[in-house]
Design a protein around this ligand. Structure first.
Ligand SMILES: [Zn+2]
Length: 313
């Protein structure tokens, strides 16, 4: 556990993905109680990891805030709620999506059909739709959390809704400190993908969220991965330009004819990606293609369960 500023501590947990760690934050309230933001993946023995950390706080964890439902942020919320007795808070939309993706009604074939409709070859689409059983076992989210709405305050922190990386992504802001989750990261850029049942223009949402961060001009952003961002305004602007460039490359990848999201992803991302990364690549390409449609630079054609995009110039 690292003390980043007075009353703000960071706990870093390992992850078995391409990205090898996630940060959780502990925020001290005036009454010496604590708010935990994000929980990592569920651990085989959560108590062995967390008990020594909790013992060093000198006060109880009374609230757990989940920024978004991705496995590395929500996966340990059930365990942590049980260990601390704290109330879990999560955005309404975010919890709906969390229950849909990680709950019992989850349907891998739905996601497989979605990717097949975007041109992914059928055997590969099934792989993209399937979740690895081991990951699902490590998402033990807290059921029926207390809903947290934008504009509310929790332990003195203002709740912000900054969608894009996830539709219901929440951040906390106080005294120029942004607890950012995965809304901005450095040096990587957060994944922005289009998935079934999600908001229709995640990239548009995301660019707007980056504009809000620039306008709020926090002094520092403590992020879900990698180092704190000392100039969040500059980083937000850099990520906006990154996506502008990416949109131009996506438009170029459409060439002269109709292309599926899968074909575009093959032009934009390297060959030979493992299924989990190809899934991000196709979803990210679709987010850019949909933005191009909204900007009148491309058109979408849905025909007999297959979606293609063509350039408009
Ligand atoms: Zn993350």
């Amino acid at each position: 556990m690292v003390e980043l500023a007075e009353g703000i501590r960071r706990v870093t947990l390992g992850l078995p993905f391409g990205i090898d760690h996630v940060h959780c934050y502990l925020l001290e309230d005036d009454d010496r109680s604590w708010t935990l933001v994000d929980t990592g993946l569920g651990l085989p023995d959560a108590e062995a990891t967390w008990a020594p950390i909790l013992a060093r706080l000198g006060g109880p964890v009374e609230r757990i805030v989940v920024t978004h439902y991705h496995p590395d942020h929500v996966g340990g919320s059930g365990d942590l709620a049980a260990l601390t007795g704290a109330q879990v808070f999560q955005g309404r939309l975010d919890y709906e999506q969390c229950a849909l993706v990680w709950g019992d009604e989850h349907s891998p074939s739905l996601l497989g059909a979605y990717f097949a409709g975007h041109g992914v070859p059928v055997d590969e689409a099934e792989q993209l739709g399937a979740d690895t059983g081991s990951l699902r076992r490590r998402v033990r989210f807290a059921r029926d959390p207390e809903p947290l709405d934008p504009g509310e305050r929790i332990a003195g922190w203002e709740v912000l809704h900054l969608p894009g990386h996830a539709d219901g992504h929440l951040c906390l802001l106080r005294d120029g400190v942004l607890i950012a989750g995965d809304t901005i990261l450095d040096p990587i850029t957060p994944v922005v993908g289009l998935y079934p049942g999600a908001r229709p223009d995640p990239l548009g949402d995301y660019v707007e969220s980056l504009g809000r961060i620039a306008a709020l001009a926090p002094r520092v952003a403590f992020t879900g991965h990698h180092l704190p961002i000392e100039d969040p305004v500059l980083r937000a602007q850099e990520i906006v330009s990154h996506h502008r460039e990416r949109l131009d490359r996506t438009a170029a990848a459409l060439g002269g004819g109709a292309r599926t999201g899968y074909e575009v992803s093959r032009a934009l991302f390297p060959d030979g990606l493992p299924p989990a990364l190809r899934r991000f690549a196709v979803a990210e390409s679709l987010a850019h293609l949909e933005r191009l449609v909204l900007e009148d630079r491309a058109e979408r054609v849905d025909d007999a369960g297959r979606t293609t995009y063509a350039r408009r110039t």
